[in-house]
Design a protein around this ligand. Structure first.
Ligand code: ADP
Length: 368
């Protein structure tokens, strides 16, 4: 049985939105297929060393290797991204708040016809902030964040991916409320390559469908409160997602390239930590970067912000550079000429044809 109320897993975890403060004690329940995820209530009540001791006995059995790997590579306790760190995308933020954040804040409202959607898909060109938004969701609603790349799932754990998917959802229930972010979800659907791969990727996908279907059926914590697990997925190739998976990802949010205002905001966010010269015209840079993705713009800003140092160290020997005072290197605010140089070097990475394809898919399958 996969009934999560069978075996209690009690954990004290640091929740993403609250890191920096002390970890919040949470109680959640889960079980692995073999019912081996088990712990005593004492683990919950004890902290510190006791917890460490408890940790060792928490997950036993054949899935230990996967649990350890997931906790190490996939569990991100402190994504630390806030809504304000994400430039623009106000419509996407609004949709995410309604589809994911509110159900976690007030789960008792989201019942019956108002049940939360099973999964949310963010699609759009690469480097537009999909991962950033998923992290912001996790931070803003204080959920545990599981950040999974489907490509890793499919390749690194070939043959075991199916077990991995099951284990991931078990773990997410144990840490609930949780957000599972599955990046590049299209790569789970793409049955390219040899027939053996085809078969295994088919099995991974059906396991994922089963897991998404059952995701919030019985996740009630020991205090009787519903503990949600929200599934967020992202893709740059939404048209590669087959119908069965698309139906589960009920909300499909388009994450477009940044518009003029968002580009200006993005440049300001990127330059938050450096000194800026008075002649730097944010509007002008924003106007000249039409078609740049957020990631492209970040690259422009990064390159521009290095330019002062390039000027300072030009013609100097290794010893001279090492002996320079930091104030001397930093003392050259990022100016318009630095952006001129960076813009000449960093090109946009998304083609108009790609955008057209996304817009077409949005018109057919997207959520407004
Ligand atoms: P995606 O998941 O859509 O491929 P990411 O969220 O990983 O893109 O964004 C890559 C990088 O680009 C981010 O780390 C950030 O520096 C920058 N970036 C992209 N979009 C935004 C945005 N809307 N606001 C702020 N930074 C952004």
């Amino acid at each position: 049985s996969r009934d999560s109320s069978r075996s209690g897993v009690s954990r004290r975890v640091s929740k993403s939105g609250t890191t920096g403060k002390s970890g919040i004690g949470t109680t959640a329940s889960s079980s692995t297929k073999k019912g081996k995820l088990s712990s005593t209530k004492a683990n919950l009540e004890s902290g510190g060393a006791e917890e460490e001791k408890g940790k060792k006995g928490l997950y036993e059995g054949p899935d230990m290797d996967l649990v350890a790997m997931l906790e190490r590579d996939v569990l991100d306790n402190a994504p630390g991204v806030r809504w304000d760190d994400v430039a623009g995308l106000s419509e996407a933020k609004r949709l995410l708040k309604e589809a994911v954040v509110l159900p976690i804040w007030i789960p008792e409202y989201f019942q019956g016809i108002r049940r939360p959607c099973k999964g949310v898909l963010m699609f759009g060109p690469p480097g537009t902030g999909k991962t950033l938004l998923a992290k912001a969701v996790a931070t803003e609603c204080g959920t545990t964040f599981f950040n999974v790349s489907s490509a890793t799932l499919a390749s690194k754990w070939r043959g075991e991916s199916e077990r991995m998917v099951r284990c991931l959802f078990d773990l997410a229930r144990a840490y609930a409320p949780s957000t599972i972010f599955i990046d590049e979800i299209d790569s789970l659907c793409n049955a390219r390559g040899a027939s053996g791969e085809h078969e295994s990727s088919r099995r991974v996908k059906s396991e994922l469908l089963v897991q998404i279907d059952g995701v919030n059926n019985s996740s009630t914590g020991e205090d009787g409160q519903k503990k949600l697990v929200m599934v967020l997925a992202a893709t740059n190739f939404p048209w590669d997602i087959d119908e069965a998976l698309r139906r589960r990802l009920e909300k499909r949010i388009y994450i477009p390239l940044p518009d003029l205002n968002s580009r200006k905001e993005l440049i300001k966010i990127n330059l938050r930590t450096v000194e800026v010269a008075p002649n730097l015209d944010f509007d002008d840079v924003a106007r000249r970067t039409e078609g740049y993705s957020g990631d492209d713009l970040t690259n422009v800003c990064r390159d521009a912000s290095f330019n002062g140092m390039r000027r300072k160290i030009a013609g100097k020997t290794r010893e001279e550079i090492k002996n320079m005072a930091m104030e001397e290197i930093v003392n050259d605010p990022v100016a318009m000429c630095d952006f001129e140089a960076a813009l000449a070097k960093v090109q946009k990475s998304v083609s108009p044809a790609d955008i057209e394809q996304h817009e077409k898919w949005f018109a057919e399958f997207g959520s407004a």
